[in-house]
Design a protein around this ligand. Structure first.
Ligand SMILES: CC(C)(COP(=O)(O)OP(=O)(O)OC[C@H]1O[C@@H](n2cnc3c(N)ncnc32)[C@H](O)[C@@H]1OP(=O)(O)O)[C@@H](O)C(=O)NCCC(=O)NCCS
Length: 161
């Protein structure tokens, strides 16, 4: 199993994976706002933009093919925390979520940050809590294609050192 930075030639596989996540979110009847947000991010254009964004690093987990993705958004100021973004795994591959998160946290620790934050996702809050994240504020995230549309919820964080 290999955790590595995402490359340009991974984009189509990653979009296919996020598409699977979206289908699963629809099937599980997750909150509408989550389904809409996933749909908004579900394009080659946005994936490429994120990949080339200097404040973002994207990673994949390879286990005989790409089985999960996770991203890190670096803060604007060094005394702020980086943020975990775009965690997605193949719906049937339980366990990969924890592996992706642990690898990302290790990366963040090695970069010298003292913690990591994560924004709202009603579908994954229990998962974050189980992984040691605590709520410390409120977060309002703009949709990629429509900044007037917002995803609201708790801002969580985990101390890493
Ligand atoms: C959230 C997600 C990444 C978790 O990945 P996973 O591989 O299923 O997680 P793990 O198997 O490592 O789970 C670790 C623990 O969290 C629990 N857990 C995982 N997802 C959960 C969820 N959505 N709700 C409640 N608990 C959850 C597991 O049961 C497990 O509990 P245990 O340690 O008591 O056995 C995955 O379910 C997913 O891709 N969801 C859809 C996309 C999404 O919401 N992404 C987050 C966007 S930032």
């Amino acid at each position: 199993m290999l955790f590595r930075e995402m490359r340009e030639d991974d984009i189509w596989d990653v979009v296919r994976l996020v598409r699977k996540n979206y289908d699963e979110a629809v099937r599980q009847e997750l909150p509408r706002v989550i389904v809409d947000f996933l749909k908004d991010e579900l394009t080659v254009k946005y994936t490429r933009q994120y990949l080339n964004n200097y404040r973002r690093k994207m990673f994949i987990l390879d286990d005989d093919g790409i089985v999960g993705t996770i991203a890190l958004q670096f803060p604007r100021r060094l005394d702020e925390l980086p943020e975990l973004r775009s965690l997605a795994i193949y719906p049937t591959r339980q366990g990969y979520g924890s592996i992706l998160m642990e690898n990302l946290e290790e990366y963040v620790r090695n970069e010298g940050f003292r913690g990591i934050s994560v924004g709202p996702n009603p579908a994954a809050e229990i998962f974050y809590e189980k992984k040691g994240y605590e709520t410390y504020g409120h977060y309002e995230r703009e949709f990629p294609t429509n900044p007037r549309k917002k995803l609201n919820g708790p801002l969580m964080f985990k101390r890493l050192i």
